[in-house]
Design a binder for this molecule. Structure first.
Ligand code: C2E
Ligand code: MG
Ligand code: MG
Length: 564
């Protein structure tokens, strides 16, 4: 192996072993390529390391030694800012010691009796190369904030475990924080750091009980490579509980993707899958755990198909718009007030697909605007058709995605729809989900404010699912608050939920906003909501989303009521 820097100065290797014969053997192997220095025990090793901390390229360390063992050396090294960067190869006869050594930061093993010369030289050379390369990227083996491994080291060690310990059945687990950038933006970086630190700490506690290693990656992703776990949900709950304890005022939601051990698959691939699984439950606060299995694989293939088929779907009008009524429940009997336009996909092969299966997918790649434009246009035409047919104007709300709000042609497009269909601005209401407001809030607020000035009514969708607090509402350009379904779901059983709903309604009233309760399914829920003063109700109790021809029956009924 030619090393360019050999010409300048040989790299320095420290060999630490209490047995002279071992030191000699390694010396013979290494001396042609390296400058070799020696130590007989841990104590001496540390002295040598400190004396040569800037020149040493690597340490070959025996574990069993008098005075100070190899493990103790590693402990000192790890705690020492000056020495931490020096890679250590452990010399050991005992397989069982390897994992512990790895956990303590060993970069590789050489087994006794010693392997062939070439093997040893290759390993030493490779680790030096790796560590030098790495030092350019990151000087630390550990992430300072969480004390978990940094990225490169983590995969290096995971690969080692995988290669040398095929008998260990390892899971890949990816943990991620929902909307971490918002958490930072709204609560400050300090708070964000606390969240990361606490998760890191709990992962380290977990790894004291379970064999494994972990890393933090791209701000808010945690990768855990550990022996097969019996209960992933319990594990996620364990981390979530720690996070819940940070602040009573901030909700931090974790999600988890797992690729359980099954057959021998390389760590990097395992983590790709675990990450894919984790991304599939992004924003899914109800069920934030996904285990990668055949279902996920099928799901990935399906996603691919949907991505491919979207253009055809638009051209062939496979996308159909359903309408779900909102009723004014303070009137007796409740009166039809407006409707929400909800997309469905009548796929020629896959049948009827609900938006939950493709909206998040297209939101991820920006194509959601294609869907949304289609829906807005359909909805505007539909309002006009009903106006014409029944002489009755049913306002319809349409959903706006984040990508729409950032589209510079948004305003023109909406204004044109109103004009082309002879509508008034207030006939087309715009639902913007709460999370869109908290993402990049300034820009969103400006755009929405402008639309509202023109005359569109703005509804904040899924309020309570994200991060806006009630006290932010007063500054927001909105007319209507749509409470997230989760508030309504349990109001019959859960006193706290009911009180929360009451609180939201009261504050909305105070701010002169209308309140819509979504997901109302039972008469009991309806009665409770009426008591809180909630104005509008949308849900299966009144009707599921319907195709236009079926919806017309509701319009007919409303017209009959009007006429008395
Ligand atoms: P969303 O805007 O919050 O819409 C309400 C969802 O709740 C609809 O689901 C509706 O069918 C469902 N729902 C209504 N009443 C009940 C009930 O009583 N019980 C239960 N369990 N569910 C009820 P859907 O139609 O599956 O839409 C899901 C989500 O997909 C929507 O949530 C919205 O975020 C998105 N979406 C739908 N259409 C569009 C669209 O045209 N554009 C965009 N960007 N997103 C859309
Ligand atoms: Mg909506
Ligand atoms: Mg909603």
């Amino acid at each position: 192996m030619m090393k360019s820097n050999k010409i300048q100065r040989p790299q320095m290797v420290l060999v630490v072993d209490d047995q002279e014969i071992n030191r000699d053997a390694l010396g013979v192997i290494l001396e042609d390529d390296y400058e070799v220095i020696y130590a007989e025990n841990g104590q001496e090793a540390l002295e040598q390391m400190r004396a040569h901390s800037s020149e040493l390229s690597i340490v070959l360390l025996d574990l069993m030694m008098p005075v100070m063992s190899g493990f103790e050396v590693m402990e000192h090294v790890r705690a020492d800012e000056q020495l931490r960067h020096i890679p250590i190869i452990v010399l050991t006869a005992e397989k069982s010691a390897e994992l512990q050594a790895l956990k303590m930061g060993a970069a590789d093993f050489i087994t006794k009796p010693f392997d062939a010369h070439e093997v040893i030289l290759a390993r030493v050379g490779r680790i030096i190369e790796l560590s030098e390369g790495r030092q350019l990227i990151s000087t630390a083996e550990h992430d300072k904030l969480t004390m978990l491994y940094s990225r490169n080291f983590f995969f290096e060690y995971a690969n080692r475990l995988f290669r040398y310990h095929p008998e260990m059945h390892m899971d890949a687990i990816v943990l991620n924080i929902e909307q971490f950038h918002n958490i930072n933006a709204l609560n400050g970086r300090e708070f964000g750091d606390d969240v990361l630190r606490i998760i890191g700490k709990e992962i380290r506690a977990f790894l004291h009980e379970t064999e494994g290693i972990a890393s933090r990656f791209e701000a808010d992703e945690f990768d855990i490579y550990c022996v097969k776990q019996p209960d992933y949900r319990a594990l996620l709950n364990r981390f979530q509980e720690k996070v819940n304890g940070i602040s009573p005022n901030v909700n931090v939601h974790l999600r988890m993707g797992v690729k359980p051990w099954r057959e021998e698959v390389e760590p990097i691939l395992l983590f790709d899958r675990a990450r894919a699984a984790c991304n599939m439950v992004r924003g899914n606060y109800q069920n934030p755990l996904m285990i990668y299995d055949e279902d996920v694989r099928t799901r990935e293939l399906l996603n691919q198909q949907l991505l491919n088929d979207l253009r055809t779907a638009v051209e062939e009008r496979q996308l159909v718009v359903f309408y779900q009524p909102k009723y004014n429940v303070q009137a007796d009997p409740p009166r039809l007030s407006s409707a929400e336009a909800l997309i469905r996909w009548k796929h020629p092969e896959l049948g009827m697909i609900s938006p939950g299966s493709f909206v998040p997918l297209f939101e991820g790649n920006g194509q959601i605007s294609i869907v949304d434009h289609y829906v807005w246009e359909e909805a505007a035409k539909q309002i006009a058709r009903w106006k014409e047919k029944y002489n009755y104007t049913l306002p319809v709300s349409v959903n706006l995605s984040r990508a729409d709000v950032f589209d510079p042609t948004l305003e023109d497009r909406l204004v044109r729809l109103i004009q082309d269909n002879g509508l008034e601005y207030r006939n087309l209401k715009l639902e913007v989900t709460e999370s869109a407001y908290t993402d990049n809030a300034k820009r969103v607020l400006d755009v929405i404010r402008r639309l509202r000035e023109i005359g569109f009514e703005i509804e904040m969708d899924d309020f309570g699912s994200g991060y806006s607090s009630l006290n932010m509402l007063s500054d927001m350009p909105i007319d209507v608050l749509k409470m997230d379904m989760k508030f309504v779901r349990n109001i019959e059983e859960n006193e706290t939920d009911l009180r929360l709903v009451k609180l939201i309604v009261d504050i909305a009233k105070y701010l002169k906003l209308d309140v819509v309760a979504e997901g109302v399914e039972t008469e009991g829920q309806l009665a409770l909501l009426q008591n809180t003063g909630c104005d509008l109700v949308q849900g299966y109790y009144f009707s599921r989303p319907l195709p236009p021809d079926e919806f017309e029956k509701l319009i007919q009924r409303e017209i009959d009521l009007e006429r008395g």
